[in-house]
Design a protein around this ligand. Structure first.
Ligand code: 5HY
Length: 245
């Protein structure tokens, strides 16, 4: 496949997590794929609820527009809430894949039921909403939270990573699931080691989404511009949004 460029957007503004996400993306990218890991210039340092998601979605759209202007071939939204996904698809020409939808799709291909392990309990409802929206409710055995904030994954203590491991082990005992979906972009680099140790597929959405975008580009499939995902209706946007389109 000729060289392509995939823009991987960390919707929060934490540089450390953007680096973690970029590393995970590059680890699985095909030889001809260049990864452009970015995050919004303004917004929230972590996304832990509906309010954060609303703010982050604007940053995602700004990055989608910048990526399109730079000629990227596709986009990944690397936050487990898939913030701004459909709006991003309206703005984008190439494919846009969210890490939650990517991980959930992959999990259904390797197991009949999967568990989700994410960060704060308050974000579980966001994953539940996505399961319903994407049609995967019947495939998800249970959802779990490690009860630590997102940025605990970046504090260098290793506590969050150990909590993720312990929760995965517990989920496999309790849920009767055959796979685990990691519910945070910041967990991306844990998947391979946990898959090896636990001997079940532990799926990270960042790597899943990168491979899905590569496949879509290879098949010549960009975002449909017919109907509701056509470019937004032309209108005068005001204030900070004036050149968002
Ligand atoms: C994420 N929040 O992937 C989500 C995860 C979560 O800042 N990046 C964030 O816990 O909802």
């Amino acid at each position: 496949m000729a060289g392509i460029c995939i823009q991987v957007i960390n919707p929060n503004t934490s540089q450390g997590m953007t680096q973690t996400i970029g590393d995970a993306a590059r680890a699985v990218a095909a030889p001809g794929t260049d990864i452009l890991a970015v995050c919004p210039t303004q917004g929230v340092p972590s996304i832990e609820g509906h309010f954060d998601e609303a703010i982050a979605a604007i940053g995602v759209l700004e990055q989608i527009k910048a990526g399109r202007q730079q000629g990227v071939d596709g986009h990944v939204i690397a936050c487990f809430g898939d913030p701004g996904l459909l709006a991003a698809r309206e703005l984008a020409q190439g494919p846009v894949v969210g890490i939650a939808e990517a991980a959930m799709h992959m999990a259904t291909l390797v197991a009949t039921r999967f568990s989700i392990v994410t960060t704060l309990p308050r974000t579980l409802i966001i994953a539940r909403h996505l399961l319903r929206q994407y049609g995967f409710e019947a495939h998800c055995a249970a959802l779990h939270a490690i009860d630590l904030p997102v940025l605990a994954l970046e504090d260098g203590s290793g506590l969050a990573q150990e909590r993720v491991r312990a929760r995965c082990i517990q989920a496999l005992k309790e849920d009767g699931s055959g796979a685990i979906v990691l519910g945070c972009g910041g967990m991306a680099t844990l998947a391979q080691e946990l898959t090896h140790e636990l001997q079940v597929p532990v799926i990270d959405g960042v790597s899943a989404a990168v491979k899905m975008v590569e496949s879509l580009v290879a098949l010549g499939l960009g975002t449909s511009k017919r109907g509701d995902l056509a470019f937004p209706e032309a209108k005068a946007l005001s204030g900070q949004f004036h050149n968002l389109m």
